[in-house]
Ligand binder design. Sequence first.
Ligand code: SF4
Length: 441
Amino acid sequence: MDTGRKKVGFISLGCPKALVDSERILTQLKTDGYDIVPSYDQADIVVVNTCGFIDDAKRESLETIGEALQENGKVIVTGCMGGEAEQITSVHPSVLSVTGPQAYEEVVSAVHKHVPALNTHDPFTDLVPPQGIKLTPRHYAYLKISEGCNHRCTFCIIPSLRGDLVSRPVGDVMEEAQRLVEAGVQELLVISQDTSAYGIDIKYRTGFWQGRPLKSNMQALCEALSSLGVWVRLHYVYPYPHVDKIIPLMTEGKLLPYLDIPFQHGSPGVLKAMKRPAHAENTLERIHKWRDLCPDLTLRSTFIVGFPGETDQDFDVLLNFIEQAQLDRVGCFQYSAVEGAKANDLPDPVPEQLKQERFERFMEVQAKISSKRLQAKIGKTLEVIIDEVDGEGAIGRTQSDAPEIDGLVFLNGETELLPGDLVRAKIFQADEHDLWAELSH
Ligand code: SF4
């Protein structure tokens, strides 16, 4: 049915943080009386939210903009890559406007300028659901607690794209979390560039939530989130001493016993060259201490092999690190230069073939560890959140698995369950990624 309203096509590229930006822009456009449509030919204008993190992502962004220009002609660009507008306008001079990340208002006003909304928005019939428009399934949602980053890792250009850390007021974060939970969200995924740095920029100022004072720091925020009665999962945490205070909340079942910590390397020399946060901490000791306190703790991480200057000895230290750390879920990347990153100027690049060899050796060691940790779950009864149900059964995740990046639990034959259901299931099979279980009654 044609509503007579102006129509916007929307393409969201990139990471969960970009997805949160997209959700905000979509919510505002709906509120302003636009329809969101799924194809170029139905749209009066197309917005592309770009990613500029690595060169592949930039290439994908430029291709997508080109396709949108060809298929539709009216294109507005925003997001990380828009932080450096000439990278886009030099290839695609006909885009209507380019803005950087978190430029919600500018994107929305660019849409208004180029395709004015007809005045058909009726606040009584067109109400945007109070929780906003979500691109993630209804039962989980990303909760962005800050923008930007105060660190200067030499391989990363996020601070130059997104600026220094800006923590959101704790009251705003909590109100958003509460709205999401009231709308049916069962799992909140806390994201930022450095979750452990929350509040540093605002000197841990006291905010308010539900009329009560609340400190803007990681621990107070986690305690408040845990009072909402849903799964709360922390992403992008660094192994600072103050993170120790969060572990008891996990032991008490208030936060999911899960930490996503991008360690990136295990050798102190490489970590120093990378200028990683907490590079001087004794991370292995900290991990062992956390596991003593919370034996069910799941640790996910990512690593880079072949960073400039990485020697055979550094690489052996890294392998030893992952053997000792016994991480549950691990991603590994071969170092590749990102335009504008300081690491490009470092001496002693690692030859491509050696990078590949190290990558393969790393993955071989880690695959055994991940698989052993999953096999140890066989026979256990675990809580599972259901993500999808079809004619063959249900697919869910345990508390150890974040959506989209970790493993799945298959409950064959369970066709009566619904997405968002929380069930208890006994694990009877595991491979190196996923689990198979039956409901336990
Ligand atoms: S912590 Fe390092 S890698 Fe992460 S966003 Fe900040 S500078 Fe980039």
